[in-house]
Design a protein around this ligand. Structure first.
Ligand SMILES: Cc1cc2nc3c(=O)[nH]c(=O)nc-3n(C[C@H](O)[C@H](O)[C@H](O)COP(=O)(O)O)c2cc1C
Length: 197
């Protein structure tokens, strides 16, 4: 557990979620577990209910999994191949009439927030990765021009004893940190009562 040290209590689903690199190679996702993740994303809010998020699901053992793994940055490939599934997340940034969707990336990130919170509720670990070759993925999977690859999510069961190379092993043990709560505010701090964090 790497529970966040929060200034006031927040929901345990949020406080307890973290992004591990140790995944259990023996675990695979049940169809219902996978469906719950996608269903959670599906019900995210979005601008004009445009729902611009798209997912390419690759379960370990499937050829798509190896193709996605090959597109990861080497530092991610070192551990993410033990995940039960890799989900490529793309945003449809242009609608069917060719009009840009200015909120597509925002909406897609919010859908991912839903997905990873559902995963946490279901006892699954997730780790998002921006470190992948988006152009290679676009080519390999023949993604339409309107789709922007955003992130790859590793999903699986945490393995706290997984062997990781340094410096990843040290990062796995390191406490989670965040900027102070007050630093998020654009207004002068004295106008907003906040506990010291
Ligand atoms: C858009 C995005 C891209 C990320 N890219 C990577 C990545 O390529 N490799 C990696 O190990 N972690 C990556 N992360 C994980 C972050 O480093 C991690 O969420 C952050 O350090 C906070 O840690 P926590 O999720 O455990 O609270 C990414 C996270 C996000 C949201």
């Amino acid at each position: 557990m790497k529970t966040a040290e929060t200034s006031v209590p927040v929901h345990p689903l949020l406080a307890d979620r973290w992004s591990p690199r140790g995944f259990d190679r023996a675990h695979s996702l049940a169809p219902d577990q996978l469906a719950a993740l996608l269903e959670a994303a599906r019900w995210a809010p979005s601008a004009n209910n445009s729902q611009p998020w798209r997912f390419l699901v690759a379960q370990r053992g499937a050829p798509e999994f190896d193709r996605l793994t090959a597109a990861l940055a080497p530092g991610n490939r070192a551990w993410a191949d033990a995940a039960s599934a890799l989900l490529l997340v793309a945003a449809e940034t242009v609608d069917e009439t060719g009009r840009p969707r200015p909120w597509a990336l925002y909406d897609t990130g919010q859908a991912v927030a839903h997905l990873i919170t559902q995963a946490q509720a279901d006892g699954l670990a997730t780790h998002q990765m921006g470190g992948f070759d988006a152009a290679a993925v676009r080519d390999d999977f023949g993604l339409a021009e309107a789709l922007s690859p955003v992130v790859v999510i590793a999903v699986g069961r945490l393995d706290g004893d997984a062997a990781l190379p340094e410096p990843l092993a040290a990062r796995e043990r390191a406490p989670r940190t965040r900027a102070p709560l007050r630093s998020l505010l654009l207004t002068p701090a004295q106008n907003t009562e906040l506990p010291a964090a």
